[in-house]
Design a protein around this ligand. Sequence first.
Ligand SMILES: Cc1cc2nc3c(=O)[nH]c(=O)nc-3n(C[C@H](O)[C@H](O)[C@H](O)COP(=O)(O)OP(=O)(O)OC[C@H]3O[C@@H](n4cnc5c(N)ncnc54)[C@H](O)[C@@H]3O)c2cc1C
Length: 379
Amino acid sequence: MTAELQDNLTLIEQSAKDFAETHIRPYVMEWDESQHFPIDMLHKMGEYGFLGVLVPENYGGAGLGYQEYISIIVEIGKVCGSIGLSVAAHNSLCTNHIQSFGDESQKQKYLPKLATGEWIGAWGLTEPNTGSDAGRMKCVAVQDGDYFVLNGTKNFITHGKSGHVAVVIARTGEPLDSHGMTAFVVERGTPGFSGGKKENKLGMRASETAEMVFDNCRLHKSQVLGAVGDGFIQSLKVLDGGRISIAAVSLAIAKGAYEAAVKYAQEREQFGKAISNFQGISFKLADMATKIEAAELLTRQAAFLKNQGLKCTKESAMAKYYASEVSVQVATDAVQIFGGYGYTKDFPVEKYYRDSKLCTIGEGTSEIQKVVIARDILR
Ligand SMILES: Cc1cc2nc3c(=O)[nH]c(=O)nc-3n(C[C@H](O)[C@H](O)[C@H](O)COP(=O)(O)OP(=O)(O)OC[C@H]3O[C@@H](n4cnc5c(N)ncnc54)[C@H](O)[C@@H]3O)c2cc1C
C-alpha cells in the first residue's frame, strides 16, 4: 500500500467513524429492537459520499476504489452491522450493476440519484425456491413487442420494499441456460411491481429484508441492462465485488466485537485480577486478533485485484468465506469473554453475535464460496 493511499484511508476512516458515532451509535439498539430501517439516515449518508463510493465523480459519486470502500464499511459496520450491510447492498449490488452494465442513458438517469443517496437501491436475484441454485429461477420475463412482462417473486431482498429502484434478474430463456436470464432496472411505483413480506430476522434487524413481487409488470426494452440473456453472467461478476463488501461487513463485526472484548477483559476482575491475566482469556484474544488480521489481508488482496480490473472470483470468495467464518468465531468468543453480561442487551457483543451469522449466508453461503474456490483451483 502506498503512503498516499494509507493517508487517504486514514482520512476516510475518520470521516466514516465520525458519521457513525454521531448519526448511528445513539440509535443502534432502538433500531434493532423495533426492526426499524432508518431510511432518512441513509439519505444523509449519501450527502457524505458513502452511497456512491465507487461511482465516478462525473456521475455524482466519490470516485474512490475498493480499499476506501472497505474502510468505510468497516467503520460503519463496527457501530452497526445492519447499516454496513445496507451500504454494501446499495453500493456494490444495485449501483454497481447499473454502473458496470447499464448504457449511457441508464447511467445518467440512475447513478447520480443512487450515488447521492436521493434514491436507495435494491438488487434481486434470490427467489423463495432458488437461493444458492439461482440458475433455476422461476421469475419470468416474456417479450411482448417493445416490452417484457415480468411475473414472479424475489425474496430476502435488501431494501426490497423501500428501495426506490431495483435491479432484477428474470428468466428470458430455458432453466439452467446461463444465457437464459436478463437483468432489468425497475423503479418503485411501476404498475405490477410491489414490495411483499418483510422478514423478522435474528440479526441485521435495521437492514430491511423483503420480497419484491412482480405481477404482469411491463418493462420497456430500454430497461434491460446490457444484452438480453446476459443477466446471470453479469450477476456473477457483480457478486465478485459484492463478496468483497460482505467480507468487509464481516471484518467490521469482528473488529467491533474484538475491541469490546479487549476493553472488557482489562476491566473485569475475577479472583483478584483482570480476567485478561488468565491465559484462557488472553489466548482467546490472541486468536481473535490473528484471525482478524488474516481476514483483512485476504479482503485487501481481493480489493487490490478488483481495483486493477483483474479477475478476482477465487480471491473474493476466499475473502468472503474466511472473513465471515472469522466474524462468527470472534463474536462468539467475545460473548464468552463477557460471560453472563455478554448474553444481555446492556453490552454490544450479543448484537455482534446475532449480526455476524448473516455474513456466512448472504451473497452466497460459506458452502457455495467453497464450491467457487474449488471450481477455480481444480480447473
Ligand atoms: C439478511 C439477508 C439479506 C439478503 N439480501 C439479498 C439481496 O439483497 N439480494 C438477493 O438476491 N439475495 C439476498 N439474500 C439472499 C441470500 O443471498 C441467500 O439467502 C443465500 O444465497 C442462500 O440461499 P438460500 O437462503 O435459498 O439457501 P439454500 O440455497 O436453500 O441453502 C440451504 C443450505 O444448503 C447449502 N447448499 C446449497 N447448495 C449447496 C451445494 N451445492 N453444496 C453444498 N451446500 C449447499 C447452503 O450452503 C445452505 O447451508 C439475502 C439474505 C439474507 C438472509
